[in-house]
Design a protein around this ligand. Structure first.
Ligand SMILES: [Zn+2]
Length: 198
């Protein structure tokens, strides 16, 4: 059984995953949790999480690292930010599902351009997981576009900003960012500039 928790940045995907993981733990299931890290050497001491998440999630940067850690008697496998992993993550997830495991992943469905988020390698996208998921939780954030006041509409898109300005469609895709460079936006306020060919 595969559950995909998806939506733009700031939509609470990780918090929802933690809620589901905690329920599985209460039920006495054997659970293993992974979070993406760009660099394993530093992640063990990383204090980036606002909710204690990093204290019990295993840092991983490739699908192979996940595969190597999951044991036959793990009943629940949870992976945060699956969109940052490599293409092999898709096959590994469905291997786990076939083995009867419950797999819960979070991931951005769309990149800043509003296109299906490509996994590393570029042959798989989040769509490959979403179309075969048994359960999809599509979360919304709140549009924080400001024009005198905050828009406040449900946000389905992730706006990439550089120096406060919308970026072009040919801006590099993966940039693990902070709130300074990304905002949740509604469709009306999601702005992607034409290619700059830089
Ligand atoms: Zn808006």
């Amino acid at each position: 059984m595969l559950t995909v928790i998806t939506g733009p940045m700031f939509s609470g995907k990780s918090i929802e995953m933690i809620r589901q993981v905690n329920r599985s733990k209460i039920a006495g299931k054997r659970v293993i949790v992974f979070k993406f890290t760009a660099d394993n050497r530093y992640s063990q001491t990383e204090a980036s999480s606002y909710d204690g998440f990093s204290t019990w999630a295993i840092p991983a940067s490739t699908a192979e690292e996940i595969f190597a850690r999951v044991e036959p008697d793990h009943e629940v496998v949870a992976i945060d930010e699956i969109q940052f992993f490599d293409d092999a993550a898709v096959d590994i997830i469905f291997d786990f599902v076939k083995q009867g495991k419950e797999v819960i992943v979070t991931g951005l469905n769309l990149d800043f351009r509003g296109l299906p988020f490509e996994l590393r390698g570029g042959t798989r996208t989040m769509a490959d997981l979403l179309v075969r998921a048994d359960s999809i939780m599509s979360l919304h954030a709140i549009c924080t576009f400001k024009n005198g006041h905050i828009c406040g509409a449900p946000a389905t898109r992730t706006q990439r900003l550089r120096d406060g300005q919308p970026v072009a469609v040919d801006d590099p895709i993966v940039q693990i960012g902070s709130s300074e460079s990304y905002e949740a936006r509604c469709l009306k306020h999601h702005i992607v500039l034409p290619a700059q060919n830089i």
